[in-house]
Ligand binder design. Structure first.
Ligand code: NAG
Ligand code: NAG
Ligand code: NAG
Ligand code: NAG
Ligand code: NAG
Ligand code: NAG
Ligand code: NAG
Length: 307
């Protein structure tokens, strides 16, 4: 029954040929027909990619530009002043209207609200969808790069995330279990390691030092319940310009640091990779990915997404 109905509707199109099909598709697309609409289509067709949007807040439209390209990690520089969390690269770039709440948290709440409609089909759902419609179980990683005193800023940052916490949208480590959710928040910059360790439950994680995971003087057992991510400055850890051949020592450093992270179930990221010339940038990205680096750190998101 269903099958013959299907044939009856499709056969004439097949017979009439491609031009007719295209015009039918165009007519349907223009029709606003409800069969073409679904609640979570905001991010339909976007395949999430392991790209980190370096200095995301610099983009004309922070957060959404990254999400629109399927970029699954963004970074916000946060300045704590008098209890308010401003967003910007330097003091001169701060404005009263650009805060952690207005630039990241409210837009995320809106997107996640659209990806998580509450209706008769979702009443029994226990885990929320993430921002990517094609891969709703992939969390968005949000790096909070604290620029001011970390111990002072942390309580305000944790408070700022309360709306996402209330929605059940934050990846959380509690009672010995790490539960992934729509957004994984990772503190970097001046984020205070000892205070992050003490959080229980923990929904603010710590960007581990990728070159020091085996260093006993840090008194820390690095694992994904504390640090889902470990990062290092590409220039000092590797340094290859992307032109000519990479040296054996440089390559050995990449594999050693990536191996140290993967042994612990942690993802590896090298930041400040060369941006120019383009062929050098691409050569570095390729060597990093071929040797297991998990996140491409990118300023040019479109180039990285099409890489
Ligand atoms: C912080 O508060 C002090 C004292 O009230 C004030 O002088 C200063 O302008 C405030 N700074 C910001 C960034 O609002
Ligand atoms: C910016 O913030 C000021 C006060 O902090 C407010 O009066 C104004 O409406 C805001 N502007 C925009 C565009 O949101
Ligand atoms: C939700 O759970 C109830 C009770 O188990 C069940 O009757 C109902 O069919 C479920 N709804 C969906 C959409 O799965
Ligand atoms: C952790 O365990 C406590 C006590 O059993 C419980 O109240 C709490 O809800 C649990 N937290 C989570 C996030 O599961
Ligand atoms: C590690 O522990 C030792 C002994 O308790 C202490 O002296 C040292 O300062 C600690 N190192 C760090 C980085 O906290
Ligand atoms: C390898 O990594 C170590 C530790 O970070 C660094 O001191 C050394 O300079 C690196 N070697 C190269 C060739 O970059
Ligand atoms: C670079 O590596 C290639 C392949 O291993 C080799 O043929 C070439 O001679 C190397 N170039 C230099 C400048 O070492």
């Amino acid at each position: 029954m269903m099958y013959s109905l299907f044939l009856a509707s499709v056969l004439p199109l097949l017979v009439a040929g491609k031009a007719t099909i295209d015009s039918q598709i165009a007519a349907l697309e223009a029709s606003n027909s409800p069969i073409l609409q679904y609640p979570t289509q905001l991010t339909q067709n976007l395949v999430p990619k392991a790209i980190h949007s370096h200095n995301d807040y610099w983009r004309d439209v922070p957060l959404l530009t990254a999400i629109s390209l399927g970029v699954a990690s963004v970074e916000a520089d946060v300045w704590h002043m008098n209890g308010t969390l401003f967003i910007g690269h330097e003091l001169a770039a701060l404005t009263p209207n650009r805060t952690l709440d207005s630039v990241y948290i409210q837009p995320l709440l809106k997107i996640l609200g659209e990806e998580n409609p509450i209706d008769q089909f979702t009443v029994n759902s226990t885990t929320p969808n993430g921002v990517f419609d094609t891969a709703s179980d992939v969390p968005l990683q949000l790096l909070v790069d604290v620029k001011t005193d970390g111990v002072e800023a942390l309580p305000f940052i944790l408070q700022a995330f309360e709306p996402l916490r209330q929605g059940g949208y934050l990846t959380t480590f509690a009672n010995g279990t790490l539960t992934l959710s729509a957004v994984t928040v990772v503190g970097t910059g001046n984020s205070p390691l000892e205070q992050v360790k003490e959080l229980s439950p923990r929904d603010y994680f710590f960007d581990a030092p990728l070159t020091q995971l085996t260093d006993p003087s840090l008194n820390t057992t690095w694992d994904p319940t504390l640090s889902p991510l470990a990062s290092t400055d590409y220039g000092t850890a590797v340094g290859w310009s992307g032109i000519g051949n990479i040296s054996a020592e440089q390559l050995a450093n990449i594999t050693q640091f990536v191996g140290d992270a993967h042994e612990r179930g942690i993802k590896a990221r090298f930041w400040d990779t060369p941006g120019w010339p383009i062929h050098a940038r691409t050569a570095v990205w390729r060597v990093l990915l071929e040797n297991g680096a998990d996140w491409l750190n990118a300023d040019d998101l479109e180039a990285a997404a099409n890489f």
